[in-house]
Design a protein around this ligand. Structure first.
Ligand code: OAD
Length: 233
């Protein structure tokens, strides 16, 4: 099976009702990145950070995968689909995708701030994490999120996946955050690259087939295009 490698971002989940970051009305208009998505913000005010992610978690629990997520899961019948997502939601998995790497962590997990940084699943019936919520060894729990300024532990795996792509699809990301945005440089010459986004994503000097649509409609068009590509090959 051909390897279809996907880099997804917040726009993938926009039609599921999850806020993006940099669109107008996005999260970074309402919050300062430094307050809620950096180790400094955590040190200054852990309660504010926990509250921010509690809100994100509650929003996620009310959301469902959209047709774009389902279309990617469905493509596993024809392709070896491997998803690199910047999203911390679990909508790819809930749609049925089986190979998902979360570059920026996962909302439904927390981890210990103590040695070993043990990771725990957040129960869906008690999704809030508060100051004073400890791991069994007595250390405060923090969101299992990669904040700005922190290492991205999954990046090497993602680079390797991208390097081996037969087809590369970028969907719903403004391509402004590194190292995720730099993954495209690992795509080998001659590998077709597609981009689904309803707005202009400016950046890339690569030859890219742009599908200027939202995730659900864009995925329909993408499927048609790769089927046509198969016929040509
Ligand atoms: P952004 O909010 O920067 O970009 C979202 C992209 O989705 C934009 O290019 C939109 O045009 C596009 N979009 C909007 N609606 C869409 C739809 N219905 N279908 C498809 N695309 C749509 O989000 P990311 O690029 O994911 O990191 O942001 C990258 C990282 O920055 C995030 O993982 C997060 C953030 O700060 C951390 O918090 C560590």
């Amino acid at each position: 099976m051909k390897k279809l490698i996907v880099l997804s971002g917040a726009g993938m989940s926009a039609e599921s009702g999850i806020s993006t970051f940099r669109d107008s009305g996005g999260l970074w208009e309402k919050y300062e990145i430094d307050d809620v998505a950096t180790p400094n913000g955590w040190r200054r005010n852990p309660g504010m950070v926990l509250d921010f992610y509690n809100q994100r978690r509650r929003q996620l629990l009310k959301s469902k995968p959209n047709a774009g997520h389902f279309a990617l899961a469905e493509l596993e019948k024809e392709y070896d689909v491997q998803i690199i997502t910047q999203n911390v939601d679990n909508l790819h998995e809930r749609a049925g995708s089986t190979h998902v790497v979360h570059l920026h962590g996962e909302l439904m997990k927390v981890r210990s701030t103590g040695p070993g940084e043990e990771v725990f699943v957040v129960p869906t019936d008690k999704p809030d994490v508060n100051p004073g919520d400890m791991c069994p060894k007595g250390f405060q729990l923090r969101p299992h999120i990669v904040w700005f300024g922190e290492a991205v532990p999954e990046i090497e795996k993602a680079e390797y996946m991208t390097y081996n792509a037969d087809i590369f699809l970028i969907i719903g990301t403004s391509m402004q955050v590194y190292p995720a945005a730099g993954l495209i440089h690992n795509v080998q010459p001659g590998v077709p690259i597609y981009l689904i986004d309803p707005h202009e994503v400016n950046h890339l000097s690569y030859e890219i087939t742009v599908i200027s649509k939202g995730a659900s409609e864009g995925m329909k068009e993408f499927v048609k295009l790769i089927r046509a590509l198969e016929v040509k090959l």
